[in-house]
Design a protein around this ligand. Sequence first.
Ligand code: S5P
Length: 258
Amino acid sequence: MPELSFQERAKLCACDAGRRVFETMARKQSCLSFNPDVTTKAEILETVRQVGAECCMIKTHMDVVSDFDDDLVAQLQKLSEELDFVIFEDRKFADIGNTAMLQYEHGHHRIASWSHVTNAHIVAGPGTVEALKKVGIPLKRGCLLVAEMSSKGTLADGGPYTKAAVEQAYAHEDFVFGFVAQRRITDHAGFLTLTPGVQLQKGGDAMGQQYNTPASVMAKGADIIQVGRGILNAPDRSAAAKEFRKQSWEAYTARLAE
Ligand code: S5P
């Protein structure tokens, strides 16, 4: 099957937030999502200001931010409008439905109230996503399922577990619009693949993370490359983000031309 463009794929996506992601990617010509995995409000906002213009998405882990407050959310939302990116809180919900629902809507972070996109593990069975959907759909939110992981020894490794994630996604297409995975795992072009574990050189860290290059993950069907320390620790973050954006967008356009 020929590769469809992100604009064409937006039309095949049944989730409001998912369409917004595809459309942002097409409009900005960016397959780059950046995660500012830093622990203060000031650092998050500083790094997002440095690289947000290059990104279709900014992925956060708000539970590591020591001084999280409503103003951080307000400023991030403002930057999301100014710099045109989608906000993705990487909460990886994994509990039984009722608990996941409470965690999504309530607590200190009230994730559903501000994050366009979140994600979930499928380990607890379909109840997790069914419950998240109850909160997310009225707010036009979307969810990615963690189908494969980038870390050494992961149990989410392409076998029956990954297949179960695909089945759950098909059952909830209005809320689930794709996967966190190391390669494309379905032919359904309305589903998006976000691949973490990306740096400009292949390698890893001391805690089990494994890195592949933008070109190699795009060749396996990634639509969004998820980059953290490859940009965060670069001497010039903006230049690094431009390079990741360029390499991944070129790989996408090459795919279209195949
Ligand atoms: O399989 C995964 C799934 C995720 S969402 N492997 C990952 O590394 N992630 C996230 O991507 C992880 O939580 C982190 O925020 C980011 C990778 O960051 P980096 O600094 O290693 O690029």
